[in-house]
Design a binder for this molecule. Structure first.
Ligand code: ADP
Ligand code: ASP
Ligand code: MG
Length: 447
């Protein structure tokens, strides 16, 4: 294989959690002559602390969060030798932190971006200390978004323009920037949603015409399921865009759900590897070798099930259209849908549930029929190939779920997934049982 000439490397929170982790990540950049853009997350835990600060209930709580964040950053600054060249920028970030408190909207996005802004300042310096020509370039000059604070929608064309200018201005240099952060047309900082640094990396790769994206994290790739839930889960050497996108959408936290969109648009392979052990990893690309009946399992918590029941549905038309246009009017996105003669059942994830529970929406839905809402469910997704045209799939799955109640199942629309809901507390058990049945057992059988 030809060596790709330009790469975007992203380091997640655990990979820049402290000075040692930062050093391992910086070394990975140094090892690759093709490194062109480096995207860094906030050090692990810092964004959570910033969220805490933005919601602090009293002055004491706010002060505790500020101290925690301050101490984490001071650790890097001192370990780097308190470089003079960093002082002005570092102090101005600290000043911004000291002046922050509970906030929302635009001010909250600015506050949440602080973790990444500290992180990229230090990471660029670490690379320079390794002798690399690294320059820190704020993401507000690269990633253009709209003004939806908290979940900015990227403007791909404007991002491309900005990134191309930056690359031309910094030929021969490694650009170090913040993940998760962008700016709206007025120059206000925006964020792409929690876990959004992966998405930043893919957007920058697309805009830079890069050949390869690397997501460096704390696991050696995409596993057959979350290794924290199932210790026998194993990394997959490769996966198609379609399968990986389904896994990310259905809860595999290792990839932000939108990460693969730019990669697919531009056909850029995405590698996932661990900074704790850089051997191995998963490559996600358009074409993969052979079929994989069962690829992986994902779990997404905090799902809401809404059931609309109305005898009017019987032999009538337009009922589904009315229900969906009502949900669309309130910007509620629906994940799974099943229907029977007189009822529709649909699921909404955490964000949707907040909206659906608003009294106004419920009132309107009640005009369609009787409404039942069940919260706190878990969505389990099995991702693979030809799942809707293989005889044994349903038997395998239902066998494994013996004794676990399944209030909703969706199967058939996609050859790549089979999804169902279980009670929140049954989610991990369902994953463990399915993994034992579909993955561990197959391994034994194949041996
Ligand atoms: P980072 O901070 O590097 O972005 P994340 O915590 O966002 O890392 O994602 C890595 C975590 O994703 C892993 O530690 C693992 O627990 C979780 N995860 C969930 N599903 C999977 C999966 N299928 N394969 C690998 N990791 C997974
Ligand atoms: N720091 C941000 C978060 O914790 C973005 C990221 O790490 O991807 O959500
Ligand atoms: Mg992440």
């Amino acid at each position: 294989m030809n060596i790709p000439p330009s790469r975007v490397l992203k380091f997640g929170g655990t990979s820049v959690a402290d000075f040692d982790a930062q050093g391992r990540s910086a070394q990975l950049v140094a090892n690759q002559a093709e490194s062109r853009i480096v995207v860094v997350s906030a050090a692990a835990g810092v964004t959570n602390a910033l969220v805490g600060l933005s919601q602090a209930v009293d002055a004491g709580a706010a002060e505790n969060f500020r101290t925690l964040i301050h101490d984490r950053q001071q650790h890097f600054f001192e370990a780097l030798g308190s470089p003079d060249a960093l002082k002005a920028n570092y102090w101005s970030l600290l000043e911004e932190l000291d002046g922050s408190g509970p906030c929302e909207g635009q001010a909250r996005d600015r506050l949440l971006s602080l973790g990444e802004r500290f992180s990229s300042l230090f990471f660029a310096e670490r690379l320079r200390q390794l002798g690399l020509p690294a320059v820190q370039l704020p993401a507000r000059f690269l990633i253009a978004t709209d003004s939806q604070f908290g979940h900015g929608e990227p403007d791909v064309a404007r991002t491309r323009q900005q990134v191309q200018v930056a690359l031309a201005d910094h030929q021969g240099e490694i650009l170090v920037t913040e993940g998760f952060v962008g700016a709206d047309p007025q120059g206000n900082l925006t964020t792409l949603g929690r876990g959004g640094s992966d998405y930043s990396a893919a957007l920058l790769a697309e805009a830079a015409d890069a050949d390869w994206v690397e997501i460096w994290t704390d696991v050696k790739g995409l596993y057959t399921t979350d290794p924290r839930l199932v210790p026998s889960a194993r990394p997959l050497a490769e996966l198609s865009f379609a399968q990986a996108a389904e896994l990310a959408t259905f809860g595999a936290k290792v990839l932000h759900p939108k990460t693969l969109w730019p990669a697919m648009r531009h056909d850029i392979p995405v590698f996932i590897g661990s900074t704790l052990d850089a051997s191995g990893g998963t490559v996600i690309r358009r074409e993969v070798q052979g079929e994989r009946r069962y690829a992986a399992l994902a779990l997404r918590k905090n799902q809401t099930l809404v059931k609309i029941t109305s005898p009017e549905m019987l032999y009538s038309y337009g009922f589904l259209a009315r229900a969906f246009s009502l949900l669309a009017k309130h910007h509620i996105s629906v994940d799974l849908v099943t229907t029977s003669e007189i009822s529709i059942a649909l699921t909404l994830d955490e964000r949707g549930s907040e909206q659906v529970l608003s009294q106004a929406v419920l009132e309107e839905l009640r005009e369609l029929g009787t409404i039942e809402v069940q919260e706190g469910l878990a969505l389990v997704a099995l991702v693979g190939d030809d799942l809707n045209s293989t005889p044994k799939v349903a038997a395998d799955v239902f066998d494994a779920l013996d004794g676990i109640n399944v209030p909703l199942i969706c199967h058939g629309a996609s050859p790549h997934n089979l999804c169902f809901l279980v009670a929140g507390e049954d989610g991990p058990l369902a994953i463990q049982r399915l993994h034992a049945r579909l993955f561990d057992k197959r391994q034994v059988a194949a041996a």
